[in-house]
Design a protein around this ligand. Structure first.
Ligand SMILES: Nc1nc2c(ncn2[C@@H]2O[C@H](COP(=O)(O)OP(=O)(O)OP(=O)(O)O)[C@@H](O)[C@H]2O)c(=O)[nH]1
Length: 660
């Protein structure tokens, strides 16, 4: 493994080169706007500068592109607030709380789900710098946002909570940045907390990442302690972007959103050349030619400028109306020029699939448009159309996790007014089929099953495979026994473990994805009294003893309720679903048996008792034998009805069962 110190040294050399060249640009300051560089105290980093329009005065040497990365709640957005305040981007105000968490869902849940960019202007050693800051999400489900953001950065601030210490996501994020060869500035946050243990946490950082004590910053993002020094270090240690204004224009689309009136708003990282209003541009993906109508930078809201130059990040409007034309990671360039495509982004791999159906079928088309537009802003969602006999036409969407699934449906409702039914999520299984005819029918020997309804007949299945994850569990060693039990109960295994200080263990585990979907995280938190953390990544597929679990109503299978699970879990799941069905299906005139079965083996049964019509109501008095005769006739009738009567499950009941 490459040593962190080597990377650091390399960046130090780059930094020294940078500072020699940046001095050359002292004389190139332009005078414009209300707060020009000449009529303002260069050390004054406060005040409103939203009138600034010309970005040509920021050559690449005076640009820094960096992200803040950390585990959930370690203080990324709070640090971003302080940086925005120090640079005068927003006024100093007690009310500045997670300013870059702009979405309603982020405000409501108090978490970041979307990476947000803000361009800050900062005077340092008599020169003004343009700093593009990206605040990233911390939860593992939004890791794709972090990975993508890092593609437009040359360095990161790696934040660690001085109270909680290094957590699983800290390790994952460190390696994301390290593998991209970015400069990493390690920072201890929340040093103001009475429970902060800076020495212990520094020891963890040292042992895990090979970082020296003297290189670790100590700050309180909440109170601003040490934040300005950190900002100066960002300028000193993170190298500038490597592109050049003199080269042919090339930009990388790093994010996008859809606006009903303005079309696609693209966030572009200008790699080479410059891009100005009125320019014609084309994309490698769509090959269409567009005219740039507006460009600007995020401060933190949109501020229009005349042009964006190499190394800068800003928004571009060029009348892209069809959301399918805008693809993240696409290269835009001047038509007629020859440029090499930029590497773009690795596509994300959905881990969980769930159905989304319009509550009202007439809304299907609107839901389709809403999904198309929202996936522009969240490209990690995979979209497949789906059809359910009960819920009608809809979609089966692939997400990176359950929180991601929740957030996406909430955004559909909040941002696009879509009224949707989301169904129980499942993981994508794979089955191997035999026979040339079958392979031809399914298009391949290994078939991916997104919806259990589409599982091929058992007779043609050779084997079934389930998705696995490799996870990192970080916890105090007192809880080792409980963690081992939890991993075993979840059909997993501990592959490796090591101490990161004299108390905390880092365990590498392998688990079936299906087992961590529902409550693994909560159980892990509960067995470690809240001190554990968990992070995971895809680890391919493994052969598994999977079965198809069917549900029968009066011996007739209800296809839409079938699911795939591990054989050892089948009985527990069957019992749970049968109980749910019993509550959801209204009683009818005859007895309804609800059964869960694997093949012909019945695993559990619940009965829904019939209505009892009072056949004796009209028998005032009369002898007992007549009453008995009436009751016998009723019982026979019910038996007959049960045989021929099809149990109709009302849509509401289905929704109750299928809904999350
Ligand atoms: N005492 C103290 N609290 C802090 C500090 N920095 C952040 N916090 C608090 O920690 C909590 C989480 O802060 P956020 O900035 O939302 O954390 P985050 O890393 O952006 O969270 P996600 O984006 O959801 O991962 C908030 O309640 C902050 O007020 C600090 O330096 N000291």
């Amino acid at each position: 493994m490459k040593s962190w110190c080597q990377t650091f040294m390399k960046h130090c050399i780059l930094r020294d080169q940078l500072f020699n060249t940046s001095k050359l640009n002292l004389s190139r300051r332009l005078v414009f706007g209300r707060y020009s560089s000449t009529n303002r105290d260069p050390s004054d980093n406060s005040g409103d500068r939203k009138v600034r329009k010309d970005l040509s005065e920021y050559p690449t040497e005076r640009i820094r592109n960096f992200s803040i990365i950390a585990h959930v709640d370690h203080g990324k957005s709070t640090l971003a607030d302080r940086l925005l305040e120090i640079t005068g981007t927003i006024p100093k105000d007690d009310k500045n709380k997670q300013v870059l968490d702009k979405l309603q869902v982020e405000r409501e849940r108090g978490i970041t789900v979307k990476a947000q960019t803000a361009s800050l202007l900062y005077n340092y050693k008599e020169e003004e710098y343009l700093l593009n800051l990206v605040d990233t999400p911390g939860h593992v489900d939004f890791n794709y946002e972090v990975a993508r953001s890092l593609s437009a950065c040359q360095g990161v601030i790696l934040l660690v909570d001085a109270n909680q210490g290094v957590q699983a996501q800290t390790v994952a994020n460190f390696y994301l940045a390290f593998e991209k060869d970015l400069t990493i500035i390690p920072v201890l946050n929340k040093i103001d907390l009475p429970g902060a243990q800076p020495d212990v946490v520094i020891q963890q950082i040292k042992s895990l990442f090979d970082i020296e004590d003297k290189d670790i910053f100590r700050i309180s993002a909440k109170h601003g302690t040490g934040v300005e020094e950190l900002l100066k270090t960002v300028i000193e240690q993170i190298p500038p972007p490597s592109g050049s204004r003199e080269n042919i224009m090339r930009t990388l689309m790093i994010d996008s959103a859809y606006n009903q009136f303005r079309g696609v708003i693209a966030l572009m990282s200008v790699i080479d050349g410059s891009l100005k209003r009125g320019d014609k541009i084309t994309s490698i993906h769509s090959t269409k030619v567009y005219e740039v109508q507006d460009v600007g930078y995020m401060h933190p809201d949109e501020v229009p400028t005349d042009a964006l130059y190499a190394g800068q990040v800003g928004y571009v409007l060029c009348n892209i109306r069809d959301s399918k034309e805008a693809q993240l990671g696409d290269t835009y360039f001047t038509p007629g020029t020859k440029v090499e495509a930029l590497p773009g982004f690795k596509s994300s791999k959905p881990m969980v699939f769930g159905g989304i159906y319009p509550s009202d079928q007439s809304e299907f088309h609107n839901l389709k448009l809403a999904i198309e537009k929202l996936t522009l802003n969240d490209p990690s969602v995979a979209v497949h159309t789906d059809n359910s006999p009960v819920l009608g036409q809809g979609f089966r969407l692939g997400y990176l996790g359950l929180l991601h699934m929740d957030v996406f449906s909430q955004r559909l409702e909040q941002e696009y007014n879509a009224n949707v039914i989301s169904t129980i999520p499942n993981v994508p299984y794979k089955v191997k089929v035999h026979g040339v005819k079958n392979i031809k029918k399914y298009g391949s020997e290994v078939v991916t099953i997104l919806n259990p309804i589409h599982l091929p007949n058992e007779s043609i299945i050779v084997e079934m495979l389930e998705p696995m994850v490799e996870g990192k569990l970080l916890f105090p060693d007192d809880y080792l026994g409980q963690i081992m039990d939890l991993v075993m109960q979840s059909r997993g295994e501990i592959l490796d473990q090591k101490y990161i200080d004299n108390k905390r263990l880092l365990a590498k585990v392998k688990l079936p994805l299906n087992e961590i979907l529902v409550d693994f995280f909560d159980m892990m938190k509960s067995v470690t009294s809240g001190y554990g953390s968990f992070d995971y990544e895809d680890a391919g597929y493994e052969v598994s003893n999977l079965v198809k679990l069917d549900f029968l109503l009066n011996s007739r299978p209800v296809e839409e309720l079938s699911l795939i699970c591990h054989r050892s879990r089948a009985r527990t799941i069957a019992t749970r679903v049968c109980e749910k069905l019993k509550d959801a299906i209204p009683p009818q005139l005859f007895l309804i048996s609800v059964q869960g079965a694997v093949g012909s083996k019945i695993l559990c049964r619940e009965d829904i008792k019939p209505y009892r019509k009072d056949v004796l109501a009209k028998c005032y008095g009369g002898d007992q034998s007549r009453k008995n005769k009436l009751l016998k006739k009723q019982a026979e009738g019910k038996k007959q009805m049960r045989k021929i009567g099809r149990v109709e499950i009302p849509k509401d009941a289905f929704v109750k069962i299928l809904r999350r």
